[in-house]
Design a binder for this molecule. Structure first.
Ligand SMILES: Cc1ncc(COP(=O)(O)O)c(C=O)c1O
Length: 290
């Protein structure tokens, strides 16, 4: 059963899997998720993803979810059953089941879904030539509304609208600014730029998801001897950058070659970006085997 869904203990083929109509994320977006890749039967950055999920659950005050070690073992077992070498795990935990916003009126036993699938966000050609990006009209949600570090299902409607805006403009990705006009992130990716050999990326307080790929790339680049700074960036910084690239579990590392029609550097993927892509590719060989 290569593509499958485990839902609260029951496994089904992807095509026939269903979730309860009154699931609180289905009704209100009241759930958290992780997208996790596995390469050559090893789950990449698995514990980092589980940690982010459980921190999110603590913040959202989800109750009675299975212990992290049990979920970890369940994901490994589901991957064994899927029997794919490379793929993408979509792990969802929602608050529970019931109609009405008020959690006190619903059955607060989290619904857990583990989907094992494959996912290609961009074409092989886009990894070669890089992405053209446009600035979208919608801004990321302010942190006093819903902190962007929370990987909450409900917030993604805005990202989908931004992606549609980018599609309409014929762009590969859409950039979202924060309420102050600083660069935040793309619809499912964090952003980096390179200027005079220094790698710069928005600070976590800029309204970004603190991406696991982002943190990995920062670590790998520093080990390689690059200076990496986390700061507030504006479109000006991107227009005057030598290179830029995006990161994400689904996206991996992909060059960004223009913003709003302005070429970044010479408008082609640069040597530092290619170096980071190679470092990342090598690092994906490490993971938790199943
Ligand atoms: C909005 C957003 N930003 C950034 C990322 C990258 O995060 P990660 O590297 O943890 O996948 C994602 C991934 O889904 C995302 O949805």
């Amino acid at each position: 059963m290569p593509k499958l869904v485990w839902f609260n203990g029951t496994i089904s083929p992807l095509e026939t899997a269903t979730v309860p109509a009154a699931d609180h994320a289905h009704l209100y977006g009241d759930g958290l998720f992780e997208g996790i890749r596995f390469y050559n039967r090893k789950i990449y950055q698995f514990d980092q993803h589980l940690d982010r999920l459980y921190h999110g659950m603590a913040f959202m005050q989800f109750e009675k979810c299975m212990p992290k070690a049990e979920l970890r073992e369940t994901v490994l077992e589901v991957c064994r059953q899927a029997d794919l070498d490379d793929g993408y795990i979509r792990l969802n935990v929602t608050r529970g089941t019931g109609l009405g916003l008020d959690p006190k009126n619903i059955k607060r036993i989290p619904n857990v879904m583990i989907m094992v699938n494959t996912l290609a966000l961009y074409t092989p050609e886009q990894y070669e030539v890089g992405l053209n990006v446009i600035t979208c009209s919608m801004r990321v949600m302010p942190p006093d509304s819903l902190d962007a570090r929370l990987k909450c299902i409900g917030r993604y409607a805005a990202n989908i609208m931004a992606k549609m805006q980018a599609n309409r403009a014929g762009a590969g990705e859409g950039l979202l600014l924060n309420q102050q006009g600083y660069v935040a992130e793309c619809t499912g990716d964090n952003l980096f730029l390179i200027q005079k050999g220094v790698i710069r990326t928005p600070h976590p307080s800029s309204g970004i998801l603190q991406g696991i790929t982002r943190d990995t790339v920062i670590e790998l680049a520093r080990k390689e001897g690059y200076a990496v700074t986390e700061e507030q960036l504006t479109a000006f910084d991107l227009y005057s950058a030598d290179e830029a690239f995006l990161t994400g579990t689904a996206a991996e590392v992909i060059p960004m070659v223009s913003l709003d029609g302005h070429p970044i550097g010479c408008g082609t993927p640069g040597e530092h970006t290619r170096k980071i892509m190679a470092l990342f590719r090598e690092h994906t060989k490490h993971g938790v085997p199943f």
